[in-house]
Design a protein around this ligand. Structure first.
Ligand SMILES: [Zn+2]
Length: 897
């Protein structure tokens, strides 16, 4: 029987309503009912990457909790040829699968009422390879075709009929029948192989998996390179070694060596931490030639955008770092998410916050040169920016439909969640926290655990009980972040600090109600060249605390930057802190800088204060600190500066940063560490692309022209310093015009180095030429740009002020075409692109009017629009509040020479 796509016929809302009115039971678009529960799957797939479709047979053992004549599950874009239900006695009867909802909720009717029992459902079906990187999808590279999978969040339903929810964890038996010469891999080790009678195909069987949710099932078929990594040796926690392999498109095997060599240490780190052995029978790191996200933590079979795994001598330092970081994140998920899984998407923060937090710990421990403590803090500060919006999600957000599920994967879930975990780790102490984590994992392993389970465990193990539960919940269930105001007091030799809290909101934004957090606040107090640290629980709007060490001369209200809050000080206390900046820990210097930009965004201080704070930070050897206020500088430059004041700003930035670049040199030196190359890139980016320093641009243009063969010779990107290659290519496209543009586009026809492709696409996008700009926009709709590459082209394009009006004009007639190319969950990209650089209510209104009627069916579209409009409005309000006068005065005192 064919699946009935009834909703395609039901084109009007009226038809939808009448169906619901007539039906006996509402379609469960949120959670499936509890009446049926899957026990195991046998998944048998026939896959030929050269074909357009694949065939499948899936058998699902299901427990019926009560008598039923139907059950609900998920299936999407599957052509089901036959559906059968086999009862506990072995009697088979035909069943009927009907898709009842756009998101793939399907009813399986048995044709009779069956008593409560265990039954088996069997479906024979076929389906197209997905064109948008979801479910089982196919990507062509040159003449090769690769099939791989992406099931999270709810795309397993494109691959096989399934109970596509994370709470249903069952074993899977996977069998793949593929052309004889293709490589086929899955979550577990291969256990058998059989050749077909005509010797054209082979059927591979794989070991039964541990209990997995559908979203962690994965496989790959194609002419893959498979290379062995170092085996992950046995240790005190695990008695058997674990085989480790790298998998990538044909010819890329050697590039996988670096990350494979890093992986055993990372696995060991988590085993030591969790006291739980790596949970699966092998670990494959798979580089997919096109992929919708960065990477996906499938059990034993982690799939990455191949750019993240392919490392060689021509890779920039940033690639090594990202590769390590993303791998640390995905490997952490093997425990946090795979071994213990969240039951429903409202707790997805647990998966992602856990992995982000654990990744930070692993990076700090294993790669100190990556300055992981500052990187994770940058992530936290970024989350604070999103969390400053009134439209911000809570960490634990109720989930209704598919849109809510896709929305749940944002900075709040990852970085805020991780920051909150870290704040409470700091509060209870690292050792106690580890005990609690071990306890939680041991209790829920191979099953599910939710927020309440975790909170209860930490509260019990730490002995902090209800106080901790309440405090943690206040951060999980309350949107936004606290602004903690601190004031030092000194009376008759007794020191105190008065703390108060309110929701941090930018200028002009009025919140409703008075949220109250139970915030663990740890502050540093300085006295005569020394400082100590004291922690408090701020559980009231205002509270005064005595200082153990007596009166203090200065305070840093977020000691070690471990708290998820922003802080404010009165002028005198701020001045005292400012005089101590050089003595603060690097992470504290970064939250000090954040306090300045936060105060500016609140309209509490003027642009001159931000600018005057830059020199003390610009001298830092940490790239994050040296450029900490560059974001605020760029905002001032873009939204406040005039033709008169901009040259003064540019000259100022140059005076601060050009000498630093000169000191480092434009190109990598043999002993440069990661921080140095990272700082160099930050400086080159600012000076060449924002401030547009002529001499630097001329030098970069020359180098890129030589690499592109514009002055004779062949194209050889290897001539460019990999760390600044992306910037040099952009400059060449901007300054050498059409010749450079065409050379880059030509190179894209044959270049298969994914990282270089991203740089080439970003370079094309950065053109300032009106005619080429139109070409860029149309180019993104052609198959020359892979689905996962589209964002690199367009983000770079609208990053340039010169292109924004053209993009907006172009987007209107091409909106549908752009949407058609993107996976459902990626479509809000169009709104993000259109909002770039907009500032002020009128500009927002224009956007709202155009998008609002067009995004009703866009997953996550309404939230994205609300957030974009809020930023646009906030920008306008601040611009008006600050005005141009203070900057004009500052510019007069700092004339451009
Ligand atoms: Zn993750």
């Amino acid at each position: 029987m064919r699946i009935t796509h009834w909703f395609r016929a039901a084109t009007t809302a009226l038809a939808l309503l009448s169906f619901h009115a007539a039906g006996a039971e509402a379609v469960p678009t949120g959670k499936l009912p509890d009446a049926a529960k899957p026990l195991s799957y046998a998944l048998d797939l026939k896959i030929d990457p050269k074909a357009d479709r694949f065939d499948g047979r899936v058998r699902i053992k299901v427990r019926l909790a009560k008598p039923a004549d139907h059950l609900w599950l998920h299936a999407r874009e599957l052509d089901v040829a036959k559906a059968v239900v086999i009862d506990a006695k072995g009697n088979a009867r035909d069943a009927r699968l009907t898709v009842r909802d756009r998101s793939g909720v399907a009813e399986v009717a048995f044709g009779a009422t069956l008593p409560a029992q265990d039954v088996e459902l069997a479906f024979d079906y076929s389906a197209p390879f997905n064109a948008k990187l979801q479910g089982i999808y196919k990507v062509k590279v040159g003449g090769d075709a690769y099939v791989t999978t992406q099931m999270e969040s709810i795309s397993a339903r494109y691959a096989f009929p399934s109970f596509d929810e994370p709470r249903f964890k069952t074993p899977f038996d996977i069998t793949l029948t593929v052309p004889k010469d293709e490589v086929a891999l899955a979550n577990t080790l291969q256990t058998g192989a059989k050749e077909s009678d005509d010797k054209k195909r082979k059927t591979l069987t794989f070991a039964r998996t541990q209990p997995l949710p559908t979203y962690l099932v994965a496989l790959a078929v194609g002419p893959w390179d498979v290379v062995d990594g170092p085996t992950i040796p046995a240790n005190a926690v695990r008695k058997d070694p674990v085989p480790l392999r790298g998998v990538g498109p044909r010819g890329t095997g050697p590039q996988l060596k670096w990350i494979l060599d890093q992986t055993p240490e990372t696995v060991k780190y988590y085993e030591d931490y969790t006291n739980q052995p790596y949970p699966f029978d092998k670990l494959d790191l798979v580089g997919a030639p096109d992929f919708s996200a960065g990477a996906m933590e499938n059990a034993g079979f982690i799939v990455y955008r191949d750019a993240l795994l392919r490392i060689d001598a021509k890779s920039p330092a940033s690639s090594y770092r990202s590769s390590f970081n993303v791998n640390a994140h995905e490997v952490a998920h093997q425990w946090f998410g795979d071994l213990v899984t969240v039951p429903w998407w409202d707790d997805i923060w647990l998966n992602e916050a856990f992995a982000t937090w654990a990744q930070g710990k692993a990076t700090v421990a294993l790669k100190p040169e990556y300055l992981g403590d500052l990187s994770r803090l940058e992530g936290t500060l970024h989350a604070m920016d999103s969390d400053s919006q009134l439209s911000a999600r809570r960490i634990r957000q109720p989930i209704g439909d598919q849109g809510d599920i896709e929305n749940a994967f944002d900075g709040i879930t990852y970085q805020k969640g991780a920051a909150v975990l870290r704040m409470f780790e700091e509060w209870v102490g690292e050792d106690v926290y580890r005990e609690a984590m071990r306890d939680y994992l041991a209790k829920h392993k191979f099953g599910s655990g939710n927020s309440d389970d975790l909170i209860a465990t930490i509260a019990r193990v730490s002995g902090k009980g209800e106080a901790l539960s309440k405090a943690m919940r206040s951060f999980l269930d309350e949107p936004g972040l606290p602004l903690v105001h601190a004031e030092l007091k000194c009376n008759a030799g007794k020191g105190a600090v008065a703390l108060s809290q309110s929701r941090y909101l930018p200028y002009g934004v009025l919140g409703e109600g008075n949220p109250l957090w139970q915030a663990p606040v740890c502050a540093r107090f300085g006295r005569d060249g020394k400082s100590d640290r004291q922690c408090f629980l701020l559980d009231a709007p205002k509270k005064e605390f005595a200082l153990a060490g007596g009166c203090a001369q200065w305070t840093m209200p977020n000691a070690d930057a471990a708290g998820y809050y922003r802080f404010a000080l009165d002028a005198a206390d701020f001045g005292a802190l400012k005089s101590q900046v050089a003595t603060l820990a690097p992470a504290e210097q970064l939250v000090y800088a954040d306090a300045i930009s936060a105060a500016f965004e609140q309209g509490a201080i003027g642009p001159e204060v931000v600018l005057e704070a830059m020199p003390a930070l610009a001298a830092s050897s940490s790239p994050q600190i040296a450029t900490a206020l560059v974001g605020s500088f760029e905002w001032i430059r873009e939204h406040l500066a005039t033709d008169t004041t901009r040259p003064a700003l540019d000259a100022y930035a140059k005076s601060l940063y050009a000498p630093r670049l000169k000191e480092l040199g434009l190109h990598k030196r043999p002993n440069d560490g990661d921080a140095t190359t990272r700082l160099r890139l930050g400086l080159v980016d600012l000076l060449a692309l924002t401030v547009r320093d002529k001499d630097l641009r001329a030098q970069l243009d020359r180098e890129a022209r030589a690499a592109l063969g514009l002055d004779g010779g062949k194209v050889d990107l290897g001539k460019l310093d990999p760390d600044i290659r992306g910037v040099a290519l952009k400059v060449a496209v901007q300054d050498s015009g059409e010749a450079a543009y065409k050379a880059v586009q030509q190179e894209l026809k044959t270049n298969t180095q994914t990282k270089q492709r991203y740089e080439l696409l970003a370079a094309l996008g950065a053109t300032h030429d009106a005619k080429l700009g139109e070409d860029v926009r149309n180019y993104g709709l052609t198959p020359a740009v892979a689905v996962g590459e589209i964002q690199y082209l367009y983000y770079s394009h609208v990053g340039e002020e010169e292109n924004r009006a053209g993009f907006w004009t172009w987007l209107k007639p091409n909106f549908d075409a752009l949407r058609r190319r993107l996976p459902d969950s990626h479509q809000p990209l169009a709104i993000g692109l259109a909002s770039a650089g907009r500032c002020g209510k009128d500009s927002g209104e224009e956007m709202r009017e155009w998008f609002a009627p067009r995004i009703k069916d866009m997953i996550g579209g309404e939230r994205k629009l609300a957030q974009s409009l809020e930023s646009v409005d906030t920008c306008g309000a601040l611009r008006e509040h600050v005005g141009t006068k203070a900057l004009a005065q500052w510019a007069e005192a700092h004339p451009a020479r």
